[in-house]
Design a protein. Structure first.
Length: 517
């Protein structure tokens, strides 16, 4: 069992965590939720002993194994299957001892322990985990260095799942997974017989896997029983009660202040006025959430264009001499909301590049509206930003004909007001950079937004704001995302990229999930 007892942690003299207390017992499936920057990852580091607390104690039961996903990506000549098997050090040690052992009694003890740890099924269990995370039988035997960074992160996740620790620490495990693999991991964790502590901003993933919520806010941790939606219901009711309490306290304070203002100059009432003034000083309000510009998304309205904005027939796509997709047929109207789904490696990104006009077709007929403007949100755009420039600088470049007032007004749509607009990019958080990228991409009021995993750097509040903004947006949207909550609340139709072609799915997200479960 893991126990944190009144721990506090300070950063630059500021309290990031204060008197945090909680326990994680066997079979607890816990979701750790809170805004980006609230200290969730720091809490993970404290549990692993990577960070020393300033106050309090962290207690881990003897022989209680705590494990997280390794941050360094595995590489080298080992295959994924070999890499996973090497993680089970006890099994390897016992097998080595067995090779060198000539004592029958000792050999009996080793065999008994090997049976206890299920050592003889290790290879099949490792293969099952790898298969679930998208590795074919052939992939499982390829050298690690031949895989992309995203797939090597999957191997690191597979290694953690394979070892089945007493407490598994998972920090945004779905960020490198496609929709289908996220569904597999969700099922795996829902059946996990030990404990895990999960940081995730995917509310549907949380709902399906956890039975306890730890809410980190203002350096404090509050515990809630149930899944994420249960937590949200209770928390919102608490906030409503706090608001009602604060309103009553404000009325009480105003009444007391009125008495002080009326009678503090009268000698006969001076003592009472003085007493009221002291009471006013002691009157404390429960802090409540204020309007927060850090979740701001507000897309400008595009110019109306007649349908179709884009149509293509019998199109083939690829690179060099390699055909990735073929016989593609579709029509896109100005108000469409399309969810683009399919396993990683099937060609979703290739199709997105074609739709964005970044990749020309090998063959087929393509018709684009003459006034069509496209914004393509890609994760690698973060890598091409000059981090020494300010938010104002990069948006000004995207709006070369705009006045300073127009530039600042556009920045304000995405929460960059006053001094925030002058912040250097290197000082911005991942979520702030995402909002800045949206600000740049929408500077020319596009008619079509193509969004490739837009929520990877966004916390839950920002995701909700993005959903609202996309639903209010007057143009068309194409979404590539593993975030089912986002798909469910934005996409009207699904396009499936599979078997080297594109099919339009006749059904909603729930129907599609049934086909891959």
């Amino acid at each position: 069992m893991l126990s944190l007892n009144r721990i506090s942690y300070f950063v630059g003299g500021r309290s990031l965590l204060e008197d945090v207390t909680f326990q994680i017992a066997p079979t607890h499936r816990v979701g750790l939720v809170g805004r980006n920057g609230s200290g969730k990852s720091t809490l993970f580091n404290i549990i692993q002993g990577l960070v020393t607390v300033d106050k309090g104690e962290v207690e881990v039961a003897k022989h209680y194994k705590v494990l997280s996903i390794k941050q360094e990506m595995p590489s080298g000549e080992l295959s994924p299957l070999e890499f996973l098997l090497e993680q089970d050090q006890e099994r390897l040690t016992l097998l080595k001892e067995l090779e060198d052992c000539h004592d029958a009694n000792k050999m009996g003890d080793i065999y008994e322990r090997l049976i206890q740890i299920d050592a003889y099924t290790a290879e099949s269990r490792a293969a099952i985990v790898l298969k679930g995370l998208g590795f074919s039988d052939e992939d499982q035997l390829r050298p690690l260095h031949t895989f992309s960074g995203g797939f090597r992160m999957r191997i690191a996740l597979a290694a953690a799942l394979f070892q089945e620790p007493d407490l598994l620490l998972l920090d945004e495990p779905t960020n490198h997974l496609d929709f289908e693999t996220t569904q597999w991991l969700q099922t795996f964790l829902s059946r996990y017989t030990k404990s895990f502590l999960l940081i995730s901003h995917d509310r549907e993933f949380l709902n399906a896997t956890i039975n306890t919520v730890l809410h980190l806010k203002g350096g404090k941790v509050s515990r809630f029983t149930g899944n994420f939606d249960t937590f949200l219901t209770v928390y919102e009711q608490q906030q409503a009660n706090i608001n009602a309490f604060n309103n009553r306290m404000e009325e009480h304070r105003a009444h007391m202040q009125s008495f002080v203002d009326r009678f503090k100059a009268k000698a006969s009432k001076a003592r009472q006025a003085q007493s009221r003034m002291k009471a006013l000083e002691k009157l404390k309000f429960i802090p409540v959430d204020k309007a927060d510009l850090t979740v701001s998304f507000n897309f400008p309205e595009p110019e109306d264009i007649s349908p179709p904005m884009l149509a293509f027939e019998k199109v083939s796509l690829g690179y060099g001499d390699t055909v990735i997709l073929k016989n593609l047929n579709a029509t896109l109207s100005p108000d469409e909301r399309i969810g683009l789904v399919g396993s990683n490696g099937n060609g979703k990104s290739t199709l997105a590049k074609f739709l964005a006009n970044d990749l020309q077709a090998f063959s087929g007929e393509v018709k684009r509206h003459g006034k069509l403007k496209i914004a393509f949100y890609r994760q690698d755009q973060f890598d091409h930003m000059d981090t020494n420039r300010t938010a104002y600088n990069v948006v000004a470049d995207a709006m070369p004909k705009a006045t300073q007032t127009q530039i600042r007004a556009h920045l304000g749509r995405f929460g960059f007001v006053r001094e925030m607009a002058e912040q250097k990019i290197k000082l911005l958080s991942g979520g702030e950079r995402a909002r800045l990228l949206f600000s740049c991409l929408t500077a020319e009021c596009p008619n079509l937004l193509i969004l490739d995993e837009p929520t990877n750097h966004l916390d839950m509040e920002m995701r909700e704001s993005l959903i609202e903004a996309l639903n209010a947006y007057k143009g068309a949207v194409i979404l590539i995302t593993h975030d089912r909550h986002l798909l469910r609340h934005v996409a009207d139709r699904l396009w499936i990229v599979k078997n080297k072609t594109l099919t339009q799915f006749d059904g909603d997200l729930a129907d599609y999930i049934k086909t891959i479960s």
